[in-house]
Design a binder for this molecule. Sequence first.
Ligand code: AMP
Length: 185
Amino acid sequence: MGQAPATERAVAALTRLVRDVPDFPEPGIVFKDITPLLADAEGFATVVEGLAEAGRDASGATVVDKVLGMEARGFIFAAPVALALGVGFVPVRKAGKLPHDTHRVAYSLEYGEAVLEVHQDAVAPGERVLVIDDVLATGGTARATDELVTACGGSTAAFAFLMELGFLDGRQHLGDVPASALLTL
Ligand code: AMP
């Protein structure tokens, strides 16, 4: 028997290796714990390869200039995806962590506000960026990240997530930018 297609293998890895933790970090939230996936070399490699597909065209050529990941779990996937695509990695960080000149954006969370920052020179004008995170929930984090890419003069070519919480309809905040998830819940 041949190997299952890449997307099927990624879905199987996520189903087997992502653990639901109810009522974390607060009552009513079912937290998607990716640590068993990260601890499984084959599962981790499979989902990285699945995410990297969002940065390639049908011929397999890389069509983005940078891969950007959000602190902290986005970093874990975006960095190996950048290496797989042969392009640079850009960290988007929480307020006050980046040492050089930054663009910043404040956005609303369910309770309170969050601030994200990127170095002003991390994305060059005209560059096309693949944005990666583990979970698309309400979409606020992804939309704020897109605003940072725009502030640098670049554009978001695509968003790619491990998992999308479809019932929260976060993709309504992502405009016309293509957004893919390896697994929709
Ligand atoms: P969002 O509501 O789309 O802005 O998601 C906020 C951030 O929290 C994202 O970086 C997600 O990775 C993370 N997140 C949201 N909901 C969950 C969840 N149920 N399990 C794990 N991470 C989550």
